[in-house]
Design a protein around this ligand. Structure first.
Ligand code: UDP
Ligand code: MG
Length: 315
């Protein structure tokens, strides 16, 4: 089977059928034959009902339902795990990743003989100032700490079998899909596309959720913040030695500092730095705890696959 299209869905009941029809028709017109796998990421609305309808109506649609919301990254992983194909396309269900670009992406992959065609946002679509500001800031921090340059990257990707086989071996439960695709290497090329506006509903990524994603991305790709606390400690020690000598000199020369202001300030300052460092270590320990528990990465409550991957153990 040539192409598998993975579509993660979360609370898209009003639009999923309409949007899927657009994707389906566009691919039909462009002569792209494929299998679809729609993953319901534990929607709390009637998305699953709509998706099951689609699965019944179209013979090349498989559907998976999560027992609860595990996040878009996991929905993508479940899609990749549960279907076998030569190539995989990952696209949003809200038509922000234009289906009409897929033909060009496939051609580009053939022409340049690469394993990954990365959809890069040429124009970021309509976003508010705060979102843009945080997105830019996040990518800058990510680049400086992890070396991953994901500026304007998206989950709109075409990847081939070898990349998916590699990703299937990963067992971490906290992953950042875009970062992972960047990390695995392989031959790649960029495909620039313009992000369409969302037709219906609104983005499920609130500012808080985006910040959580950003934090997750940094933590799963680098332990540099831990080293930062170490260097912070070293700089502190340097100041401590200088101040210590000064204090001793003052003491022995008989003019020790009077008053507590300096002491109070120092205690407050060192206290906060120590707490911050402990917090940083704590965050990493909690991640280790999560991974050590070795729980399943996602739980499938219903699987309407079309026998494409019967023998596969779902992890
Ligand atoms: N999505 C998902 N799980 C989530 C949140 C979102 O599967 O927890 C899906 C959503 O249905 C959509 C895609 O991921 O198909 C992108 O989500 P959204 O449009 O909300 O994000 P944005 O376009 O703002 O990045
Ligand atoms: Mg969207």
């Amino acid at each position: 089977m040539e192409l598998a299209v993975v579509i993660p869905v979360y609370n898209e009941a009003q639009a999923i059928c309409k949007n899927f029809a657009v994707i389906y028709d566009t691919f039909l017109q462009d002569d792209i034959s494929c299998q679809y796998i729609i993953v319901d990421d534990g929607s709390s609305d009637t998305s699953w009902l709509e998706i099951s309808k689609l699965q019944k109506e179209y013979s090349n649609v498989s559907a998976i339902r999560f027992a609860r919301n595990f996040g878009k990254e996991m929905a993508i992983c479940a899609g990749l795990d549960n279907i076998d194909a030569e190539r995989y396309l990952i696209m949003d269900s809200d038509l922000q990743h234009p289906p009409k670009c897929v033909k060009d992406m496939l051609l580009l992959m053939d022409r340049s003989q690469v394993n990954i065609v990365d959809g890069v946002k040429q124009q970021r679509g309509k976003e508010n100032f705060l979102y843009r500001f945080f997105a830019k800031g996040f990518y800058k921090i990510l680049k400086n700490t992890t070396g991953l340059d994901l500026n304007d990257s998206s989950d709109f990707k075409l990847i081939d079998r070898s990349v998916v086989d590699t990703i299937r071996q990963f067992r971490e439960s906290n992953l950042f899909f875009r970062g992972l695709i960047d990390w695995v290497g392989f031959e790649r090329t960029n495909y620039f596309f313009t992000v369409e506006e969302r037709v219906e509903g609104e983005s499920s990524f609130s500012l808080f959720r985006l910040m959580k994603l950003a934090f997750n991305a940094i933590l799963s790709h680098t332990s540099k913040p831990l080293y930062l606390t170490f260097f912070g400690g070293a700089i502190f020690l340097l100041f401590a030695v200088i101040l210590g000598i000064q204090t001793l000199v003052n003491y022995f020369s008989g003019n020790a500092v009077s008053g507590f202001s300096t002491v109070i300030l120092l205690i407050l300052f060192t206290g906060s730095v120590i707490m911050l460092s402990l917090g940083m270590i704590g965050v990493y320990i909690s991640r280790i705890y999560d991974e050590v528990k070795g729980r399943p990465r996602y739980i499938v409550s219903q699987n309407l696959s079309r026998g494409i991957k019967k023998d596969r153990k779902i992890i």
